[in-house]
Write a protein that binds this ligand. Structure first.
Ligand code: XUL
Ligand code: CO
Length: 434
C-alpha cells in the first residue's frame, strides 16, 4: 500500500439517505434493473490518463497537482500503477482504460518506449490477479508527441504512419494479453489544419489502410474484443475526419469496414459536433455500430472539451433510453473520460469525481428503465408511426413504384392531416422518471 489515499476507506453503497460524501448513494452494483445487475448495465471504467497522468495545466499555467510520481521516470510509473489500482479498489471499479503513454515514460526510440510500457503492463497483469478491476479498453497515444503534429495514419510522412503502426501493434497485443474487452482508436490528429497543404482523399485512404491493418492484426493474434473509433469533430485538429457518428459510418462504409468497427461515443465530443449525446447514440444504434461510451460533460458556456464528470441525471435519461433500446452496450461500458478541475488538488477529489459520476449514471439508468417499464412513452411514439403498418403504406416500402404511389394519391384522394408532435407532453412524461 502507498500512503496516497491515506485515511480513505473503500467506497460502499449506503443509499440515498446517507450523508457520507464518499459513499454511493444510488450506484448499487448488485441492484437488478430490467433483469440485469446495475454494474453489468453500466460497466464503469476509470481512465488512467485523467486521474494519474494529467498535471492540472491550462493554457495559462502548468502543473497544479503535486503527485509523487511526476517526473520520476520508471520508478514514478511503478508508483503510479500502485496508486491507480488502489483507487480502482477503493471505488470497487470493475474496469479501467489506458493509453501506452499514460503508464510509462517515452524512451529515445520506439523500442525503448515499448519496453517501458511492457514493463508496466506486466505489473498490471500481476495486479489484476488480486484486483477485480478488468481492462475495458486499451489505446495508443498517437497525438501528444510532436512527431504526430500532422497526424498519425494520415501524416504526409510515411515514417510517421510506420511509427504509429509500431505503437498500435504493441498496445493491441497488450490489450489482448490483459483481457481487454475493446481496443479504441481516437484519431486525435487524424484531420487537418489547412486544406492548403492537405490531400484529403490520400489521407482518408491511408487512415482506412491503417484501420484495416489493425483489424487484420487483431484477428491474427486472436483478439475477439471490439475495435472502436471515437468520433470528435475538432480539437486538436481544426477538421477531424471522424467528426461524428454519421461521418465515421460513411468512412467505414466507403472502405467496407462497417461490420468490423463500432464507435465509442463521448458526451463532450457529441456537444462539440453540435449534437446531443443521445443523438449520437441514436445514430449509432440506427447503423448498428454502438460500441461503448466515454462519460463526461462539457462546460456549456466555454465551447471546448472540458472533460468534467457527469453531474446531471436528467440529461442522461434519454441517453440510457437509447442504450437500453440497443440491448445494452455489449462489450462496451462507461469509461469516465473525465478529470477533476485543476484546483481539485486532493487525492479525495479523484474519488468524489468518480463517486458522483457513478451515482448520476445509476440514477439515469433507473430513470430510463422506469420510463421503458411504464410503457406510455414507447406507446406514444409507436402511435405516431402507426400509419406505416397499413397495407398501403407497406406497399410503398416494398412493391409500388413512384408512379403507383402518385396514382393512388389521385385515386383515393389522399390528403394528409397534420398532427401534433407532442413535444411538451413527451418532455413532461420523461421528467416524471428522472
Ligand atoms: C480526447 C479523448 C481521448 C480518447 C482516448 O478528447 O477523448 O482521451 O478517449 O484517446
Ligand atoms: Co474520450
Amino acid at each position: 500500500m502507498t500512503d496516497f489515499f491515506k485515511g480513505i476507506s473503500p467506497v460502499k453503497f449506503e443509499g440515498p439517505s446517507s450523508a457520507s460524501p464518499l459513499a454511493y448513494h444510488h450506484y448499487n452494483k448488485d441492484e437488478m434493473v430490467l433483469g440485469k445487475r446495475m454494474e453489468d448495465h453500466i460497466r464503469p471504467a476509470a481512465a488512467y490518463w485523467h486521474s494519474f497522468a494529467w498535471e492540472g495545466g491550462d493554457p495559462f499555467g502548468g502543473r497544479t497537482f503535486d503527485r509523487p510520481w511526476f517526473g520520476k521516470g520508471m520508478e514514478g510509473a511503478r508508483l503510479k500503477a500502485d496508486v491507480a489500482f488502489e483507487m480502482f479498489d477503493l471505488l470497487d471499479m470493475p474496469f479501467f482504460c489506458f493509453h501506452d503513454a499514460d503508464v510509462a515514460p517515452e524512451g529515445a526510440t520506439l523500442a525503448e518506449s515499448n519496453k517501458n510500457v511492457r514493463e508496466i503492463a506486466d505489473i498490471f497483469a500481476k495486479k489484476m490477479q488480486t484486483s477485480r478491476t478488468r481492462l475495458l479498453w486499451g489505446t495508443a497515444n498517437l497525438f501528444s508527441n510532436r512527431r504526430y503534429m500532422s497526424g498519425a495514419a494520415t501524416n504526409p510522412d510515411p515514417d510517421v504512419f510506420a511509427y504509429a503502426a509500431g505503437q498500435v501493434k504493441q498496445m493491441l497485443e497488450i490489450t489482448h494479453q490483459l483481457g481487454g474487452s475493446n481496443y479504441v482508436l481516437w484519431g486525435g490528429r487524424e484531420g487537418y489544419e489547412t486544406l492548403l497543404n492537405t490531400k484529403v482523399r490520400d489521407e482518408l485512404d491511408h487512415a482506412a489502410r491503417f484501420l484495416t491493418l489493425v483489424i487484420e492484426h487483431a484477428k491474427k493474434i486472436g483478439f475477439t474484443g471490439t475495435i472502436l473509433i471515437e468520433p470528435k469533430p475538432q480539437e486538436p485538429s481544426k477538421h477531424q475526419y471522424d467528426y461524428d457518428v454519421a461521418t465515421v459510418y460513411g468512412f467505414l462504409k466507403t472502405y467496407g469496414l462497417e461490420k468490423e468497427v463500432k464507435v465509442n461515443i463521448e458526451v463532450g465530443h457529441a456537444f462539440l459536433a453540435g449534437h446531443s449525446f443521445e443523438h449520437e447514440l441514436a445514430m449509432a444504434r440506427a447503423f448498428g455500430i454502438l460500441g461503448s461510451v466515454d462519460a463526461n460533460r462539457n462546460d456549456l458556456q466555454s465551447g471546448w472539451d472540458t472533460d468534467q464528470f457527469p453531474n446531471n441525471p436528467a440529461e442522461l435519461v434519454p441517453a440510457f433510453y437509447q442504450i437500453l433500446k440497443n440491448g445494452g452496450l455489449g462489450n462496451g461500458g462507461f469509461n469516465f473520460d473525465a478529470k477533476v478541475r485543476r484546483q481539485s488538488l486532493d487525492p479525495a477529489d479523484l474519488l468524489h469525481g468518480h463517486v458522483g459520476g457513478l451515482d448520476v449514471l445509476a440514477r439515469a439508468l433507473k430513470g430510463a428503465a422506469a420510463l421503458i417499464s411504464d410503457g406510455t412513452y414507447d406507446k406514444t411514439v409507436d402511435a405516431r408511426y402507426a400509419g406505416w403498418q397499413t397495407p398501403a403504406a407497406q406497399a410503398m416500402l416494398k412493391s409500388e413504384s413512384l408512379a403507383d404511389i402518385a396514382a393512388r394519391v389521385d385515386k383515393e384522394n389522399v390528403n394528409p392531416q397534420p398532427r401534433s408532435g407532442q413535444q411538451e407532453y413527451l418532455e413532461n412524461l420523461i421528467n416524471r422518471f428522472v
